[in-house]
Design a protein around this ligand. Sequence first.
Ligand SMILES: NC(=O)c1ccc[n+]([C@@H]2O[C@H](COP(=O)([O-])OP(=O)(O)OC[C@H]3O[C@@H](n4cnc5c(N)ncnc54)[C@H](O)[C@@H]3O)[C@@H](O)[C@H]2O)c1
Length: 251
Amino acid sequence: MGTRLQGKVAVITGGGGGIGAAAGRIFCEEGARVALVDQSEDAVASAVHEIRQILPGAEVHGHVADLGVEAEADRVIGDVVARLGGVDVLVNNVGIRRYEALADAPWETWDAIIRVNLLSFVSMTRAALPHLRRCGRGSIVNTSSTYAVYGRKGMGAYDATKAGVLAMTRTLAYEEGEHGVRANAVCPGYTRTPFHVRRMGAQAVDELVPPCVLKRWADPSEMAYPMLWLASDEASYVTGATFMIDGGLPA
Ligand SMILES: NC(=O)c1ccc[n+]([C@@H]2O[C@H](COP(=O)([O-])OP(=O)(O)OC[C@H]3O[C@@H](n4cnc5c(N)ncnc54)[C@H](O)[C@@H]3O)[C@@H](O)[C@H]2O)c1
């Protein structure tokens, strides 16, 4: 066990998914007490179970919530503070995808994806900020995507929300610096999470060579380690930054 997040309470949304669960494990390994938040009861329960198996004694808890509903953020943060006493780190990582060209994407696609990928970041941040400010060294890590920055076809609504996440992160950094809260964004590239394995099938994932310098998919832990650093006091002079964690896209 390390100590890089010793004494800190971290809330991770999308905590039942590939990147969120990996961050939960690595944060626990470094001494954090962790709340994983996810809509899927099964996914969050299995992430918590796995972390406790690997790290007996880890303090990790699951919270089930649909973060596309504004009021859920206050409820979740209230529960975390009641149980763990505060919030030092917020990782806004929840995300959904829609595979539609802009010409075809109905209003419902935009509405659903904006609620989860952008508005949940807003509601969770607003709910957590009083606690992040109070702790004196709060850190927000927002998960965006390389395609917030680069163009492509087919996921325009998703990419627009991810670009919104970068703008929101920069503004947060400006507004919250004086309150001791840092805000940064990570932009994952091709990451081999269960989502993609379910969507494409394991063989198709293995056969697809991502168009990046490293020519391979990332393991979710390769997203979680940069998140760990940004969450920790090691990154105390880093705010408003966008980190491309993409194996060198576009190659
Ligand atoms: N995997 C990649 O290649 C990749 C690339 C770029 C960006 N990202 C981003 O990284 C983040 C995590 O990706 P992942 O691959 O681990 O995703 P994932 O699909 O494995 O995990 C997302 C989790 O969010 C949960 N969720 C969905 N809607 C929710 C809601 N309304 N309320 C609460 N929870 C909800 C899901 O149940 C799931 O467990 C996402 O924001 C994604 O957009 C991933």
